[in-house]
Design a protein around this ligand. Structure first.
Ligand code: SF4
Ligand code: SF4
Length: 277
């Protein structure tokens, strides 16, 4: 490993970044200009994906049906907008202390439409939104599971990501070779609202890796009272489902199957699930 990559990873670990991966810009060659990192930072050579876990205990209150706010704080708004944002900007300042420009990127949905007109004829309209979750896959950290959410070998669906675009030449992280999702489909079977379109499986390809993803009726997810919530940034974005019954079932499933590196002394799911139709 080269010195720059090793020193950055040491600093990131010290700052409690749970996941760090480096995608060379060539892994974005198939991305349209409306969502391309170089549309924001033309000299970008590396996209760094940075993840912080949602602790399993953060899901406990929703799993038991007795406390929903702590997920909203430690799993969603504080995690993304405070804790992870601080980690991201801390790593960005390390890069700039070392003479490399570092552009921090929040996880905003690529479904959010542009909010302006191009400032020049050869540029896409502002604001360019990068698909941060797909970028985590391009950075070798993650895949899209059948439930439609990002899965990692460490935490399954329990994390959030942000990015740094930089002109620094980091050593690329190899793409994930093994699948985290075993296509058990328990996530979608658990849905009490019938949001799973069973015959509609589709293939999503990121950086050459094909993944089978369920067809989901997000209009139903927007009405879901089983731990889901609206997209925190824009109604055009997909709903937040990381605390929802479907995704908590994935947590339980991967935990029970022993497929996660972040293992526990006791199982996640200990009682029959509650549901609201
Ligand atoms: S519950 Fe099974 S099918 Fe669904 S995302 Fe998790 S591992 Fe994949
Ligand atoms: S968020 Fe709710 S409605 Fe949507 S798939 Fe999950 S459990 Fe079903």
């Amino acid at each position: 490993m080269d010195d720059l990559t090793r020193e950055f990873l040491d600093f990131a670990r010290e700052k409690r970044a749970d996941l760090v991966g480096f995608a060379p810009i060539e892994r974005f060659d198939d991305v349209p200009v409306e969502h391309h990192p170089r549309s924001i930072f033309p000299e970008c050579r590396t996209v760094i994906a940075i993840g912080k876990r949602i602790t399993r205990g953060t899901l406990r209150g929703i799993e038991e049906g007795t406390q929903f706010d702590l997920y909203g704080q430690y799993g969603l708004s504080w995690l993304a907008d405070r804790m992870l944002a601080i980690t991201t900007i801390t790593l960005a300042t390390w890069l700039e202390d070392n003479r490399w420009e570092a552009c921090p990127i929040q996880d905003l949905s690529p479904l959010i439409p542009p909010s302006g007109i191009p400032v020049r004829r050869d540029l896409p309209p502002p604001n360019v939104m990068i698909d941060v979750r797909a970028a985590a896959g391009r950075a070798g950290l993650a895949e899209i599971g059948y439930c439609g959410e990002v899965l990692t070998p460490q935490y399954g669906p329990r994390q959030r990501f942000q990015l740094i675009l930089t002109d620094a030449p980091f050593e690329p992280t190899p793409l994930l070779s093994e699948s985290v999702c075993d296509l058990c489909r328990e996530c979608m079977r658990s849905c009490p609202l019938g949001a799973w379109v069973e015959a509609g499986d589709r293939t999503v390809t990121i950086a050459g890796k094909d993944m089978t993803v369920a067809a989901i009726d997000f209009a139903k997810c927007r009405q879901c009272r089983n731990g889901a919530g609206p997209n925190p940034h824009h109604p055009a974005g997909t709903p937040d489902r990381l605390g929802a019954l479907c995704v908590r079932t994935c947590v339980a499933q991967l935990d029970e199957a022993g497929r996660l590196q972040n293992a526990f002394a006791n199982p996640f799911r200990k009682r029959p699930v509650w549901t609201r139709g």
